[in-house]
Design a protein around this ligand. Structure first.
Ligand code: FPP
Length: 249
């Protein structure tokens, strides 16, 4: 056990999650893939509650990737309907937990019903000051970087004036700190085009647990493991030790 007084890291401010394994979880039960997605919503609910209780400030969920558009149309439709239903059904609970909903991605490509539901919940939770729940929808990291470059070109900024800090201003969430921790379920160990810019220094936690089975205990275990890890950001172990002793880590 890592003792909180001696943990190497504070609680992450931002946790990103690739929710994977819904389809396999359903197939293992002889069910349709959509059955897995529906159960995955229970896990989302549990994560949002746990993140809020722990004091995590930002939780970004990869709910629908750019690549997911190439799934069978029936599954895409079912996922969109599930999203609309979940948003409408959860809004009161989100407000009561102080959760503010935000979304990133090519939102224009979502069905009208989905955009409306997102807009409605974003408006109703706009003044909430607890957890920021960020849904990535029709999102990919390369899409986001491409959009940022388009924004820079359109703004007329000179090449010499572009730096990392300036580029960040053209990304989807310039005000949100990078995730310190990425969790991916189902045993896959890939980034799958998620937050490519923001995950540069994130710690990665891969678990074999399928997303519909992922619950608060799994989340707490991931955070616990993260808090015990040494994060170097390119520095040597000796430098880290010195920085820690000097109290400036
Ligand atoms: C990946 O599992 C999961 C998705 C593509 C969708 C995740 C969406 C939800 C859990 C519902 C979202 C709802 C809200 C309210 C955010 P997969 O289908 O790729 O699983 P597989 O790898 O086993 O096929």
């Amino acid at each position: 056990m890592v003792d909180s007084a001696t943990d190497a890291n504070p609680l992450p401010r931002h946790v990103a999650v690739i929710m994977d394994g819904n389809g396999r979880w359903a197939r293992e039960r002889g069910e349709d893939r959509v059955f897995g997605h529906a159960h995955g919503v229970e896990s989302v609910r549990a994560m949002v509650r746990a993140a809020g209780e722990l004091g995590v400030e930002f939780l970004t969920l990869y709910a629908f990737s750019t690549e997911n558009w190439s799934r069978p149309q029936e599954e895409v439709n079912a996922l969109m309907e599930l999203l609309v239903r979940s948003l409408a059904g959860e809004v009161e609970e989100l407000v009561s937990q102080g959760v503010r909903l935000r979304s990133i991605g090519a939102l224009d490509s979502l069905p009208e019903s989905c955009r409306r539901a997102l807009h409605d919940v974003e408006e109703r939770t706009a003044d909430c000051t607890g957890l920021n729940l960020i849904l990535a929808l029709s999102y990919s990291g390369r899409w986001e970087i491409t959009e940022a470059i388009k924004g820079i070109v359109q703004s007329g900024i000179k090449a010499e004036a572009i730096d990392e800090k300036g580029l960040r201003q053209f990304m989807c969430m310039p005000d949100v700190p990078d995730p310190e921790l990425l969790i991916r379920t189902s045993g896959e160990q890939r980034l799958s085009n998620f937050l490519l810019w923001q995950l540069a220094y994130s710690e990665l936690h891969f678990t074999p647990v399928m997303w519909p089975d992922f619950r608060e205990d799994h989340f707490r275990a991931a955070i616990h493991e993260f808090r015990g890890r040494e994060r170097r950001f390119g520095r040597t172990g000796e430098q880290m030790h010195h920085a820690t002793n000097a109290g400036d880590s």
